[in-house]
Write a protein that binds this ligand. Structure first.
Ligand SMILES: [Zn+2]
Length: 443
């Protein structure tokens, strides 16, 4: 068939532009002149006054390391669709990982590190065209979420959800955050009463689950659920699994344990949309711990995205010596230099973030975008300051022993947990597909 013009080819657009009077404008011409200049790597274009220096010998590295990660995969067969979600939690001792050659890890040392050190959680969600004898997809997903959290590790994770929802570290006997009823859609302002797993909606008198408070039902209709339900569940579970270790350490007879551990999450310390409901409670606990002189060292590690791209450019302007260079980014800087957004937006991360962005440059080949906690959140442009960040020194002293030699901007514990949490490795998507086929064939 003969090629026919759609009028959308760049050349065609360009020739049309030629007729525009605006080409005669000096303003426009000055833009076009500059546009052709490649000065991306010109130091003058970046604000490099943010960097501070830290000698990693200054503080003791954290002794224990816990790291969490997850993955999910949609599986389609006979026009039916479901999703598997897997999350993994593992622990490593800092002194063991320090001895590993990150380029050529010795298999026996690796075996020693990985032995009995990982815990998995997995579940499955119906997304499309799947009929359950118990109810529609909407109610099935709601109950799968409730049952998955409640059954996993004999209820340890569910207890953490309660601990966060009811602020059980304090004596306040709080009710859960408010949420929209999954049946009548009205807001249940009073939430769920202290320590209960379920309740009755005061408006429509139907049963509501504590997991409904998280709001997964707001993303679904009766017969279909989008894949985002699986990805959101993964993100929520990653947070809950990490907070479970923190909760157990907090109550451990060894009062120093919780402050001598580095808790790592792959990805930012963020929960978006309705899933951000627990953020104020998480911040409150982290501040409570700090004020009790039991600081908690948590980091999120971002390996891609806007902040990572930004750091990839500016890290070359950082002067290298034996010290670590780091920059705590305040919200004004993020808005102006990274997001390039106007002034009148919402304060950065107000509802969604439980960590603040800290750029770290270890040497010319090694840099990280970390999320570190502050506990408090102040909606000002110059927040946070370096002094607001919890545990910065000991975290920076721990980082050098954890550097991955395989991936840029990655930490070795994250690399290890990626390997075991990844669906593509274990179990493979093919096995999952065969599993689904067998199950559906038996129905
Ligand atoms: Zn209701």
């Amino acid at each position: 068939m003969a090629y026919s013009s759609t009028g959308r080819l760049p050349m065609e657009t360009a020739s049309k532009l030629g007729h525009l009077d605006v080409i005669g404008s000096e303003w426009v011409n000055s833009i076009l002149d500059d546009f052709e200049t490649n000065d991306l790597y010109d130091e003058k274009n970046f604000n490099n006054s943010i960097w501070e220096s830290y000698n990693p010998e200054q503080a003791k590295p954290l002794r224990h390391i816990w790291v969490v990660d997850g993955s999910y995969v949609p599986v389609e067969e006979n026009n039916k669709e479901l999703a598997f979600v897997k999350t993994a939690l593992m622990t490593i001792e800092q002194n063991k990982i320090e001895k590993i050659d990150k380029n050529f890890p010795h298999p026996l040392l690796m075996q020693d590190i990985m032995k009995d050190s990982a815990s998995f959680h997995a579940t499955v969600f119906p997304l499309k065209n799947i009929k359950s004898s118990k109810g529609n997809i909407y109610d099935t997903v709601r109950h799968v979420i409730f049952d998955s959290m409640k059954k996993a590790e004999d209820g340890l994770y569910f207890e953490t959800l309660k601990w966060l929802s009811y602020k059980k570290w304090s004596d306040s006997n709080d009710h859960s955050p408010s949420f929209e009823c999954p049946h009548c859609g009205e807001k249940i302002e009073s939430g769920i009463p202290y320590n209960k797993d379920k309740d009755i909606c005061p408006l429509c008198k139907k049963e509501v689950l504590l997991t409904d408070m998280l709001g997964f039902h707001l993303d679904m209709n009766e017969d279909n659920a989008p894949i985002s339900v699986a990805s959101s569940y993964m993100l929520v579970m990653e947070m809950i699994m990490l907070m479970t270790v923190i909760r157990l350490h907090w109550d451990n007879p060894d009062k120093n344990l919780v402050s001598d551990t580095l808790y790592i999450k792959d990805g930012p310390l963020t929960l978006n949309g309705q899933y951000s409901k627990l953020i104020p409670n998480i911040r409150e606990f982290i501040l409570f711990a700090k004020n009790n002189n039991r600081p908690i060292h948590i980091i999120g590690c971002e390996k891609s995205g806007r902040f990572f791209d930004y750091l990839s450019i500016v890290s070359r302007f950082v002067k290298n010596d034996n010290d670590i260079k780091y920059a705590v980014l305040n919200h004004g800087f993020i808005r102006k230099e990274v997001q390039r957004a106007p002034d009148h937006g919402n304060p950065y991360g107000l509802r969604t973030n439980w960590g603040e962005k800290v750029l770290v440059v270890v040497d010319e080949n090694t840099h990280f975008v970390l999320n570190l906690t502050t506990g408090i959140y102040i909606p000002l442009e110059d927040f946070p300051k370096t002094t607001d960040v919890i545990g910065l020194e000991r975290i920076l002293s721990t980082i050098p022993s954890l550097i991955s030699r395989k991936y840029e901007g990655a930490l070795y514990p994250v690399e290890l947990v990626n390997g075991i949490a990844s669906m593509s490795n274990y179990p493979s998507a093919k096995i999952l597909q065969a599993y689904v086929r067998d199950r559906l064939g038996n129905q």
